[in-house]
Design a protein around this ligand. Structure first.
Ligand code: HEM
Length: 231
């Protein structure tokens, strides 16, 4: 049984909090049955210091059965006018691509969201592939009416998941054309439950770079003009 038919399985849709000992992040998790023996999981970690109405980085993790051709998360819960994060397995590597659509047709590359793959939490094994990365630009975007939509860091946000049973046409190319997906699944993901007080520290620990001061415990570093004196 595949994802489309699982839509009737309301009991298969589960949200919870998981601590990932590999990366140290606490994630809010949404899990859905793909088949009788395989699940798809989407997890998000949010800086505790994120402010409502302001953009912030998130770390997200997806775990997807190898039979899935590509999987995509729509951060605003629709196909159009919101960041689309697409991923697939390319041999033993994971490949991701950020996209944007203004219609129900092939989405284009979206450069206003950038994904940084972390040095941990990424693998392809005999059953699943897993991607862990930091997204800058996934929580705030220009919406259809020209205003700004920002995801609530202290509440829930409605997201959508789609999968396709076919691989992208060129799996090694992040800009590859995608093959049409199955019916979407929607849910409300708790961002509060994915709150991490030491978000920046964990990003660094897992090989990522910190783009802004996301942690309460840290003051953002700023470049001071050189005085000419060696430090
Ligand atoms: C080959 C590329 C794609 C094509 C041709 C395509 C086409 C479509 C079509 C025709 C629908 C309407 C289905 C219906 O009303 O029954 C739809 C809905 C949807 N698609 Fe796609 N899609 C593509 C890629 C994507 C990607 C990459 C994502 C997300 C990562 C996505 C997310 C959604 C969602 C969430 C919906 C339902 C909500 C809405 O209609 O806005 N699609 N798509």
């Amino acid at each position: 049984m595949q994802l489309t038919s699982c839509l009737v399985w309301a009991g298969a849709l589960v949200g919870s909090v998981v601590f990932d000992s590999e990366t140290g992040f606490t994630f809010s998790e949404f899990k859905v049955a793909y088949s009788l023996t395989a699940n798809i999981a989407f997890r998000v970690a949010v800086p505790a210091a994120a402010q409502s109405g302001q953009p912030y980085d998130v770390v997200y993790q997806v775990v997807v059965p190898n039979q899935v051709g590509w999987a995509g998360i729509a951060f605003g819960g629709s196909m159009t006018y919101n960041p689309l994060l697409v991923g697939w397995a390319n041999g033993q590597q994971t490949q991701t691509s950020t996209r944007w659509a203004t219609a129900h047709s092939q989405p284009t590359i979206y450069n206003q969201a950038t994904l940084q793959k972390l040095t941990t939490g990424n693998r392809v094994n005999g059953t699943h592939w897993q991607f862990t990365g930091k997204c800058t630009g996934c929580t705030s975007w220009a919406n259809r009416s020209g205003g700004k939509t920002t995801l609530n860091p202290k509440g829930t946000n409605r997201l959508a998941l789609v999968i396709s049973n076919s691989k992208p046409q060129q799996p090694s190319n992040p800009s590859s054309n995608l093959v049409m997906h199955e019916n979407p699944i929607y849910w409300s993901q708790s961002f509060t439950e994915g709150s991490n007080a030491n978000f920046d520290e964990l990003v660094r620990k897992n090989g990522g770079t910190v783009t802004s001061g996301n942690s309460t415990s840290e003051t953002p570093t700023s470049e001071t003009p050189s005085s000419g004196t060696p430090q």
